[in-house]
Ligand binder design. Sequence first.
Ligand code: NAD
Ligand code: WQD
Length: 340
Amino acid sequence: MKNYVLVTGGAGYIGSHTCVALAAAGYTPLILDNLCNSSPKVFERLARIVGGPPPRAIEGDIRDRQFLDRLFAENAIDAVIHFAGLKAVGDSVADPLSYYDNNVNGSMVLAAAMQSAGVKTLVFSSSATVYGEPERTPIPEAAPCWATNPYGRTKLMVEQMLTDLHSADPGWNIGLLRYFNPAGAHESGLIGEHPKGKPNNLMPFVSQVAVGTREYLTVHGNDYPTIDGTGVRDYIHVLDLAEGHVAALRHAKARAGLFAVNLGTGAGASVLEVITAFEKASGRKVAYKIGPRRTGDVPASVADTSLARSLLGWQAQRGLNQMCVDSWRWQQANPNGYDD
Ligand code: NAD
Ligand code: WQD
């Protein structure tokens, strides 16, 4: 029997790229996804990238305990990388119960099923959103954690729940990975991010303006205390992020206990710098208008990456230009995402 790494949410944006990185590192992913924000077409695309048959994928929900118990009983699963959840900040304000249910309850049901099955190695998708409004950048992992919206609170609650679980049973090995701003796509152009409806995040919005789906970008404020007045973020290539998960999994499997690590590049880029980089990568003009600040936005969010380097031996390899080139390739080849 194969030893699987269970990848919840493995059909999604970051999960699918992580399946590529896992396969490249010799692991066998087993994808569990309810496809609420992804397409089954990703499986065939993964097969084309990795070579060979598609990864094993099972449609199901992390909130379904009986289903999870069967899954663990019927498959040799060594470890879990847990991406499944909802991620739109605005939706979490409008519909908090769905967020607490999918993200908090879902993680609790998953952890309980893992405990029953004796699988105690877990890598969890957290977010830089747990730093709330950071006092300074770059942000170290020891910075105070608090959340400014329901989505952020779900991530913080799951971090706290898993920390309590590890205190109660130090046999658990748990990586809490705090992602900064994922961007880009696989260099093949076969997998990438295609948000349903109007994108909330900058990079998909910019690429939809470049491809002509949207007329212009609204820049949310140009009066921040930053290099050009627009918001600064630490954009990280999704494949670097994926490789960070492999490094974290290796570390967790070496019985590392509980660890929280930032996954970012350590370099910030402003909204205007992203626009310029995207114009260069695409050869297209990205029209924009300056608008007011967006409620809840912070001026700057950039990772202190020293712990990721020393603990995981991992650091991002790809820069903003590569993120734009790869996003553009994906966007052009798949203007409707995975839909025909
Ligand atoms: P995504 O929506 O593309 O992927 C999430 C996947 O989980 C989807 O395929 C969805 O169908 C699945 N899913 C959702 N609820 C489920 C459930 N109850 N049971 C089974 N499957 C379920 O999102 P992503 O960008 O790949 O994000 C992955 C994880 O990383 C999320 O937990 C997100 O909160 C976190 N994260 C994302 C970002 C970002 O900007 N993309 C930043 C920080 C953290
Ligand atoms: C980046 C910059 C905007 C859109 C969010 C979540 C966070 C995490 C990642 C999951 C900011 C500006 C954006 C636009 C703009 N997700 N912008 N016009 O807000 O840093 O983080 O996604 O965990 O939790 O909050 O990312 O891409 O939305 O914004 O000017 O149309 O682009 O103001 O400065 P953010 P973003």
